[in-house]
Design a protein around this ligand. Sequence first.
Ligand code: B12
Ligand code: SF4
Ligand code: SF4
Length: 335
Amino acid sequence: MEDFLGGRKKKNIGCEFEEQNINKRLNAKNLFPKCKSIIAIGVPYGEGYKIPSFSEKGLLSVSSHGEDYHKRVNLLLNKLAEEIMRKVDFEYTACVDTTFLIDKEICKSAGLGSYGKNSLLINENKGSFIYLGYLLTDIETEGDTISEDDICGSCDICVKSCPNNAIFKKGGINPKKCVSYLTQTKSYIPLSYRENMGRQIYGCDVCQIVCPKNKEILNRKAREDYSGLAVDLEELLSISNKDFLNKYGHTAGAWRGRNIWKRNALISVGNLKIDSMFNKVKAELQSPSDMIKIYAAWSILNLNKSLAGDILFSYLKYENDMVKNEYLKLMEAKL
Ligand code: B12
Ligand code: SF4
Ligand code: SF4
């Protein structure tokens, strides 16, 4: 594991959402010094999910459906701890996603599943739509059998379907190319990746939706209404911080904040070629945020290159060097 993580670092394919200190990640005692054993759970989601029907809307990933999964899984872990405490007194720390530990490795060691080529942990019965969580405990227990199955065999559907070719042929991903990463990062998004982000506002589910291991779960009758995952792009462009938090604050995707969602909405409008939103996007060239300005420029150039080019040219004299240089680069780029 140490070599694997070190190799990724050398190849510069780690991302800012991972702890950079590799040694810290490898031992649960770094988080909970009394740790003797770990009790892991996988919480299924996405049953019966079909991409909501929409035409000119943005899309959130299934993991953004309903109440933030961090809260839900944490609650389940604490309930589980309460149950165990009826039998034995113990100390614990509950973990879901946000610690420096490697959730997939820990849950794989607990026998919850095997890695798919899409890099996700796939459970034999529930597929990959499972949130992972665990209790670091000071109880001594016996370990589980680790599954080393080659769960994919000759299948390579996700490799071929990934919109930005983020999945390596042999398995594993380059996170910096993953659309889910691109929708979350505050770093500059390379022009060549933007088209591949499609209409995604937060996250990406393509490699899970196409995976045969999820077919059974996805084919079930939905017991929840997923239509809220299709979001109004026009509204996102003008939504206030307060309204954003009221409407989306409870979801797992909201942690990235309104401005990043707005940037992604600008990219989606450009990709979907929503001409009727030309003036709305143009108005964002006056945004107080330079980041929003440069993505608005990319977006209107995608809607109407010649008209947008004239507008951007007339704005050059008001802009700082960073924004000016980006407008010039975009006007020359083959969009
Ligand atoms: C950083 C991060 C990301 C990054 C990087 C993703 C990644 N693949 O690592 C980005 C932003 C891209 C991301 C996206 C998503 N994430 Co995320 N993410 C994390 C986080 C915080 C750290 C992961 C990490 O350190 N990765 C780096 C190394 C360790 O992982 P890796 O490169 O994938 O390599 C491992 C395996 O892939 C495998 N491997 C490597 N090469 C090969 C080759 C072959 C052939 C095989 C079989 C295996 C294999 O071995 C490695 C050792 O673990 C974890 C939470 C946590 N604290 O662990 C959640 C976590 C991995 N994410 C999760 C989810 C749900 C997602 C999304 C589905 C969300 C969405 N809908 O957009 C996407 C899925 C994208 C994808 N295909 O992976 C879940 C995964 C659940 C599961 N069933 O596996 C986690 C565990 C959160 C949780 N607790 O539920 N995420
Ligand atoms: S989440 Fe989307 S972009 Fe990322 S690896 Fe899967 S299909 Fe590719
Ligand atoms: S789509 Fe195929 S190759 Fe990809 S994770 Fe699923 S089974 Fe494996």
